[in-house]
Write a protein that binds this ligand. Structure first.
Ligand SMILES: [Fe+2]
Ligand SMILES: [Fe+2]
Length: 393
């Protein structure tokens, strides 16, 4: 297998998609010229003589690829091809190789593990990770579906994001299925982020970022608005999905490595496959957006974002891992957050926020990318009909 062809590998994902060539270079359209609404195409004027060989007055002008843009484009958004962003269509096709439902993964052993094998500290970790994740994925769904998708002005971008919206809903179903299967008290679990400050801190930061760009009619021809939008997209794709989610599954993978809560962990491995693509796609979109708009993200704003995200993650880790569990603790969690943050920064082309951070959990990438392929077929409880594409290469 050619390692560069993997799309489930965090470092390879953006590398692969970067390799896909654009059909045309970015169009030299000014911000002001691009401010026109993108929804409707131009209709050519009727001819004056109305002769039989005159152009059809209802005919529309062909789509010009050069008119397509990430935002503020002028091309008809209802016409898929010609592609300007073929890599976005590739993401959609790849996403359809990871189709599952949580009902297909056995949870019986998890019920026994949770009630009879986990220590109090391990139950505390497990419950709070689920409590955080389930609220987070609803936020992720609302961000893409309500704040981001409507601002995209090329259909190949929106189509992948439509799939992403579905996947975030599927993730929420997955957490609910785990919570329900194990018999956790729903009223208590779902309200936990509201009463635990250390969980609420991460949700509140994401909510603030979302509120800045959620309003419909946000004028992206305005450079300040455009920068705010790019910064929010950066936060959700690079930090929220690329760091917090990636790192957020890890405490449960630590249990899995000891043979505990393997059903839940397998569910999370499927979710992680989706999140790999969400992060890689978001990074690609942001890079293209910045290139098209000849814009750079304000390094001071980025620094603030990283610092705020790290502080929120540190508080969260201190709460969920107030007592270390076998093989995992809060220091490892934060070290790994900083290491992954540097990786994301390199992928998007900005300065590493935490120079010198070390790979504290070298098994994480393997857990995320390789081991699950072995475990997948060992633990699958039903015939898998839709996943012929789950061979990863
Ligand atoms: Fe998700
Ligand atoms: Fe996601």
């Amino acid at each position: 297998m050619n390692a560069a062809a993997r799309f489930d590998d965090w470092d390879a994902a953006t590398h692969v998609t970067n390799a896909a060539p654009n059909i045309v270079p970015p169009a030299p359209v000014s911000i002001l010229a691009a401010a026109k609404p993108a929804a409707m195409p131009d209709i050519p004027p009727k001819t004056s003589n109305g002769s039989a060989d005159a152009p059809n007055p209802l005919a529309l002008a062909p789509i010009r690829v050069a008119d397509k843009r990430i935002v503020n484009g002028q091309a008809d958004i209802n016409q898929l091809a010609p592609f300007k962003y073929p890599w976005a269509w590739e993401f959609f096709l790849k996403a359809n190789h990871n189709h599952w439902t949580p009902l297909e993964i056995g949870m019986a052993q998890d019920v026994r593990d949770y009630h009879h094998k986990l220590t109090d500290g391990e139950r505390h970790v497990f419950e709070n990770v689920l409590a955080y994740l389930t609220t987070s994925d609803i936020l992720a769904m609302r961000n893409i579906g309500l704040a981001v998708m409507e601002k995209m002005s090329a259909p190949e971008l929106q189509i992948y994001q439509a799939r992403q919206v579905f996947e975030e809903a599927l993730h929420t179903w997955t957490y609910q299925h785990c919570i329900e299967s194990i018999g956790l008290e729903q009223q208590e679990i779902y309200n936990r982020y509201r009463i635990v400050p250390e969980i609420h801190g991460k949700i509140a930061m994401a909510s603030r970022r979302l509120e800045k760009v959620l309003r419909s009619g946000l004028d992206l021809a305005d450079r300040a608005n455009l920068h705010e939008f790019a910064l929010s997209y950066f936060f959700f794709a690079v930090i929220f999905e690329g760091c917090w989610f990636y790192n957020g599954f890890t405490p449960i993978f630590a249990l899995q490595r000891r043979g505990l809560m393997k059903g839940t962990a397998e569910q999370l491995q499927y979710i992680m496959r989706d999140e790999v693509l969400h992060c890689a796609f978001g990074i690609r979109v942001i890079r293209e957006l910045l290139k098209e708009e000849k814009m750079v993200l304000d390094p001071h704003a980025l620094r603030d974002l990283w610092d705020e995200a790290e502080a929120a993650e540190r508080a969260y880790a201190g709460y969920i891992l107030r007592d270390a569990i076998l093989g995992y603790n809060a220091d490892l969690h934060i070290a790994q957050f900083r290491f992954i943050a540097n990786r994301r920064a390199r992928q998007i082309g900005v300065a590493e926020p935490f120079p010198g951070a070390e790979n504290a959990l070298p098994w994480l990438d393997e857990q995320a990318n390789l081991r699950k392929e072995k475990n997948f077929f060992e633990t699958r409880v039903t015939e898998y009909q839709t996943g012929g594409g789950l061979a990863w290469e």
